[in-house]
Design a protein around this ligand. Structure first.
Ligand code: FAD
Ligand code: UDP
Length: 384
């Protein structure tokens, strides 16, 4: 029998499996309904030999040295600094919107004066979330804030979330703040790198332990039961008295007793093109044009020198539990109303000492890869 059963082979599940197996000598079973490990960070070679990210572009960045050191046990890295352009009014300008974007889009005298005002008001190098910039009482800066809001945020956010920026948590648009700087990078973190052999290899190295068993292609509901009255658990029809670590949808585990939590899904359209390079940067955002939000070209990430190139377009869509084309919950939707529902789920789950919830879906948090690795390491330190 297993000491711990983990649902989900993404970073939340893989880190905890690795820690429990190697540091506590536990026998661990990891179950995932997909046919592969890695969760949404899974990458693989497409039929043309390009290393693609199956569930959308993943760029590792962190300021957390312990996370970087932990992951470095399982991979070598290639330095990589992510840059994104947005297609605005027929031009491609840096995003997050910065002083270079300002000068590309506005006439010189106006841009010069706005630059000075921004630096005087906030300081050079400072990042200001767009919703905060819009509350400013200065007429010229308010013009700029509205300009950025209209050109960069409002239509992209409508596509991505089906909502206005002010109708979702400020944390969401706050991820891409206006940057009063000439630094064109998407992230400023100290550690930014691509795993030298891809993300999936990290997961293989983490999970390839004698104490870890994998059960893929298996929805947990088919093999695992939790009695939500008594907290008793069953695995394959036998009582399971160990710990459950759950990284899937919290509302699914708790049988939707407080109603469904809403998620946003995406359709990824991959195309292989007979050209060396399709676009000048890894990712180009299209806030105002087309139905997709962004195009990513993978060879910029993989640095492969093979002929042809593969790109992916991201089309946001509603999550539909029973529609196989729309049933991947890529993003929890962060609104006040959903937060209240989530809190009911989280407090209900607290009564079960034998269940640990961790992960982007289980906790309904906008965790990046480094956040979830840090969180899983913290859970391991605190609870095991
Ligand atoms: P997941 O990776 O989602 O793993 C959860 C696992 O649980 C999945 O494998 C799933 O199949 C399994 N599961 C769910 N339900 C069941 C069930 N019923 N039965 C069995 N198994 C089940 N982070 C970055 O740091 N940089 C980026 O550039 C970046 N880009 C992203 C782009 C996109 C489009 C998305 C959606 C996310 C991105 N992220 C990025 C975030 C990153 O994907 C997450 O931080 C990470 O995947 C979270 O790990 P997790 O283990 O919590 O969840
Ligand atoms: N966003 C936007 N325009 C952009 C880039 C981002 O409006 O050009 C907003 C949008 O609401 C998006 C959020 O900022 O969902 C966070 O962007 P990020 O690139 O972090 O999203 P992710 O990579 O997680 O999908």
């Amino acid at each position: 029998m297993y000491d711990t059963i983990i649902i989900g082979a993404g970073f939340a599940g893989a880190v905890l499996a690795e820690r429990l197996a190697t540091q506590k000598n536990q026998r661990v079973l990891v179950i995932d309904k997909r046919q592969h490990i890695g969760g949404n960070c899974f990458d693989c070679f497409d039929e043309h030999g390009v290393l693609i990210h199956q569930y959308g572009p993943h760029l590792f960045h962190t300021d957390n040295k312990s996370v970087f050191d932990y992951l470095s046990q399982f991979t070598e890295w290639r330095p990589y600094q992510h840059e994104v352009l947005a297609f605005i009014d027929g031009q491609k300008v840096p995003v997050p919107f910065n002083l270079n974007s300002l000068h590309s889009l506005l006439p010189k005298s106006l841009a010069d004066s706005l630059e000075l005002k921004l630096i005087e008001r906030f300081g050079y190098g400072v990042k200001v979330p767009i919703l905060e910039l819009r509350t400013i009482d200065d007429k010229e800066l308010k013009f700029l804030a509205d300009f950025i809001y209209e050109k960069i945020f409002v239509n992209y956010t409508a596509k991505q979330w089906g909502k206005k920026p002010e109708d979702i948590s400020a944390e969401v648009t706050g991820r891409v703040p206006v940057h009063i700087s000439r630094d064109n990078r998407y992230f400023q973190d100290k550690y930014q790198a691509i795993p030298a052999h891809g993300y999936t290899k990290i997961f293989q190295n983490m999970l390839d332990q004698p104490n870890i068993s994998l059960l893929l292609n298996t929805d947990f509901k088919d093999v695992f039961k939790v009695d939500l009255e008594s907290g008793k658990m069953q695995f394959m029809n036998s009582e399971f008295t160990g710990q459950l670590i759950f990284t899937g949808l919290i509302d699914e585990l708790l049988e939707h007793r407080f109603g469904e939590l809403p998620y946003r899904s995406l359709a990824f359209k991959f195309e292989n093109l007979p050209t060396e390079q399709f676009q000048e940067k890894t990712t180009i955002n299209y806030p105002n044009d087309y139905d997709f939000t962004r195009i990513t070209e993978f060879k910029h990430i993989s640095q492969q020198t093979i002929s042809g190139t593969t790109i992916v377009k991201e089309f946001p869509q509603n999550f539909e539990r029973d529609n196989p084309d729309k049933n991947i919950p890529y993003y929890p939707i962060f609104t006040d109303e959903n937060k209240q529902k989530l809190d009911r789920y989280l407090s209900f789950a607290e009564q079960f000492d034998n269940i640990t919830l961790v992960g982007r879906l289980a906790e309904n948090r906008y965790y990046d890869m480094d956040d979830i690795v840090a969180r899983a390491l913290q859970v391991f330190a605190d609870e095991f």
